[in-house]
Ligand binder design. Structure first.
Ligand code: FAD
Length: 417
């Protein structure tokens, strides 16, 4: 039942055909009497038949293969992980789906990939170990990597055997990424890296990090940055877990003490790291993970309110369903643009900002409706899911770029700054 909530929601066809316009942006008159669409417009995208067929296959697979776990564990979804499950997805051809076949990929559409991710998240599948590699590192290596890197790494990503972490943030360099101070010095046959990364998700499980480091001091702060593929088993590299509010260690500090990286592991162009990292961030902004992080709690809420929800609960369920439906349509509209070869980076920032605001709001709204106190780890599925999300949801609008930074990007597009 749990995977059936969204695609089957019946919506009026007329509404479906309308573009969902960014509310603060009025329709402009082009000056020639014609009315232009607002700068941000979200045209509905219809899933192709192949994606609908695939959705049924993924649901059947999840019924068989989803590891047994509690609702609160399912709520972790892309923050949790299981290596065996990642390998099973690889066997089914559901990792590296859009990569070329010659690199172990499956040359599937973005829509098919979207369906797999959506179903995994709604089911609360443990996808965290392969998440970065599949979503970000694989496409980055395909676009900027050398032929040797593509042949060596991409097939392992597609098989669910190579896990990645992202080495961007540093103490003092988060939003202001151009200020990174971790440095690589040229030596015979490669580079020596010294410095520190922080908030590095799943570094303790990853085989590789794609690290953004300074290799020179260019005329601007954005020059002189370079990306490297770093083997996480390198001498001189130390991973130190950081406990988050829930007491778990999902992210880490990573220390580099004269870590050697061979020349063959430099990605793209020396000094071209800024442009590459900007492209990389665009891979992670508008997928279903940006509005579904609290879906497990929503489903628990449906379960506990049962057949006879109160008037207040009905209103809450209706409101959350409508918001989720709208966000899904906006996210799928970006999928449509990606499928058409467009670069909807700013539209994606809009979806991430609205989507993460929504998924942060869900635990708070549901808590406000709950009469009993919420306590930690009682063994009750609803309580434990709610308490986990209340503690974890503040991070939703931080990971992948903060709300303020996204709004800055949107404001620039609107000509407001
Ligand atoms: C769960 C989680 C996982 C993460 N995983 C990774 C990872 O795997 N790899 C990685 O490299 N990083 C990761 N991060 C780090 C994340 O990218 C940074 O936390 C984020 O970019 C913000 O940087 P910061 O923490 O240094 O905060 P700061 O940049 O110091 O920001 C502090 C506050 O000031 C605001 N602010 C900053 N600059 C401006 C501005 N110009 N205008 C207006 N307001 C501003 C911010 O919005 C924020 O509210 C993760 C973070 C979280 C929470």
């Amino acid at each position: 039942m749990h995977t059936d909530y969204l695609p089957e929601i019946r919506i009026k066809k007329t509404l479906q055909r309308q573009a969902v316009a960014w509310p603060h942006c009025r329709t402009q008159n082009a000056g020639n009497g014609e009315t232009q669409l607002p700068r941000f417009h979200f045209t509905p995208f219809e899933m192709p038949e192949a994606a609908k067929v695939l959705r049924r296959e993924v649901r059947a697979f999840l019924r068989e293969e989803m590891p047994q776990s509690t609702s609160a564990t399912k709520a972790r979804s892309w923050s949790g992980g299981a290596a065996e499950f990642s390998r099973k997805l690889g066997e089914r051809g559901w990792l590296g789906m859009t990569l070329p076949k010659k690199y172990g990929g499956h040359e599937k559409s973005y829509a098919e990939r979207y369906v797999v991710i959506e179903e995994m998240l709604v089911a609360g599948a443990p996808v965290g170990l392969h998440w970065v590699a599949d979503r970000q590192s694989g496409p980055l290596i395909l676009r900027y990597g050398t032929e040797e890197q593509r042949q060596k790494i991409l097939p392992r990503i597609a098989r669910g055997e190579a896990f990645f972490c992202i080495g961007m943030s540093e103490p003092g360099s988060g939003s202001d990424l151009a200020s990174v101070r971790t440095r690589a010095r040229k030596v015979d046959g490669g580079w020596r890296i010294n410095g520190q990364k922080i908030w590095t998700s799943t570094a303790q499980h990853a085989h590789y990090m794609i690290a953004l480091v300074r290799t020179g001091d260019g005329e601007t702060r954005h020059a002189g940055l370079t990306q490297f593929l770093v083997d996480m088993r390198s001498d001189g590299l130390t991973v130190k877990p950081i406990a988050n509010l829930t007491g778990e260690s999902h992210f880490n500090e990573v220390f580099f003490d004269d870590v050697f990286v061979p020349d063959s592991m430099l990605i793209g162009n020396e000094g071209g790291g800024w442009q590459q990292v900007t492209a990389e961030l665009a891979f992670e902004r508008s997928g279903p993970e940006r509005y579904l992080s609290s879906i497990r709690l929503f489903l628990e809420f449906l379960r506990v309110t049962g057949e006879n929800p109160s008037e207040l609960e009905k209103q809450l369920i209706g409101r959350m369903t409508a918001e989720m439906w709208t966000l899904r349509n906006m996210s799928m509209s970006i999928l449509g643009k990606l499928s058409a070869g467009e670069d909807p980076a700013v539209d994606a920032a809009v979806v991430k900002d609205l989507g993460t605001s929504f998924e942060q709001e869900v635990p708070r709204l549901i808590q406000a409706n709950t009469r009993s106190d919420v306590t930690l780890e009682t063994g009750d599925a609803f309580n434990d899911t709610l308490s986990y999300l209340l503690q974890n949801s503040p991070s939703f609008s931080l990971r992948g770029g903060t709300r303020e930074i996204l709004r800055g990007i949107i404001a620039r597009e609107l000509g407001l700054r």
